[in-house]
Design a protein. Structure first.
Length: 287
């Protein structure tokens, strides 16, 4: 037997359908309102962050520890970050870098260990060419360095403290292109310390005299290109495969000093490899 037609049930169903339709229309209107700039998500800061591991060959000389040169292997880590802003042409460069090396003298009867950490912060101005495919950055970085050299054979003055603060003119050029179907980026960056200050014992001065007796003997030395000619540079290739960007290249680090009657140098040539992340910093901006 068929049930009688229920008019009240039909009216309730129509009201519910109407309410759902009005809710959906309200959501669409809110989305449209947001797209016209009432409330927006603003993305103005682009970040390129690279983590690199390097292995290479290094040559050390520190006449405070030994008159001879030591050579051997070096392991290095580089954290390299660039922050660009769409609102102005200045970029921020932030670099953390550290290395450990184990070296021997030419007679292979003495060893030295060395380690150094460097923090660099800089501001670079941007120029763009070829529809943005070439980007040139130039500016300056401030660099803080802390490290050590340790000679395993020495019984008197076996270690040397390394500490420096300097300002370096810095430049970098990148070229974006394709290798077949793969996006690639060629990049070259260089920096040369211009002026700063470094710690150094004087010729014949012991660390006992410096730190225990407090005998200062020109241990904070003003540095410039004539007494510390140095150059740091890196040539890399970025290639993107399946949305992952890998970086590989060459790192060269030349550090030299001739202060307080002592000579120091470190020449490093290293192969670096790692990965790169590109992302944007998103900020909610009500209008």
């Amino acid at each position: 037997m068929n049930k009688p037609f229920n008019a009240s049930y039909m009216k309730a169903s129509i009201r519910q359908a109407t309410l759902v339709l009005l809710t959906l229309l309200g959501q669409q209107a809110a989305i449209a309102q947001d797209s016209h700039g009432i409330d927006t998500l603003v993305s103005r800061k682009a970040v390129t962050s690279a983590k690199l591991f390097g292995i290479g060959y290094t040559q050390h000389l520190d006449t405070y520890l030994s008159p001879g040169e030591y050579s051997g292997a070096e392991l290095r880590f580089v954290s390299h970050t660039i922050r660009d802003n769409d609102d102005h042409p200045l970029s921020k460069l932030i670099v953390h870098q550290g290395f450990l090396s184990s070296t021997k003298n030419k007679a292979h009867n003495a060893n030295e260990l060395a380690g150094l950490y460097t923090f660099s912060y800089g501001l670079l101005y941007n120029w763009h060419f070829l529809d943005g495919n070439i980007n040139l950055k130039a500016g300056a970085t401030t660099n803080l360095e802390m490290g050590f050299d340790y000679n395993l054979r020495n019984s008197n003055n076996p270690a040397q403290l390394r500490a420096a603060l300097n300002i370096s003119p810095t430049a970098a050029i990148t070229y974006d292109t394709h290798l077949g179907n793969f996006p690639i980026t060629l990049r070259y960056e260089l920096a040369a310390p211009l002026m700063g200050v470094m710690f150094s014992p004087n010729y014949g001065q012991s660390y006992y005299e410096i730190f225990s007796r407090g005998d200062y003997d020109h241990n904070a030395v003003f540095t410039h290109p004539f007494n510390t000619p140095s150059l740091h540079h890196m040539l890399t290739l970025d290639i993107t495969v399946m949305r992952q960007t890998f970086r590989m290249g060459y790192l060269g680090d030349v550090r030299q000093a001739r202060v307080n009657g002592l000579r120091q140098h470190q020449y490093t040539h290293a192969l670096v490899i790692g990965w790169v992340k590109h992302f944007r910093l998103i900020k909610y901006s009500p209008r």
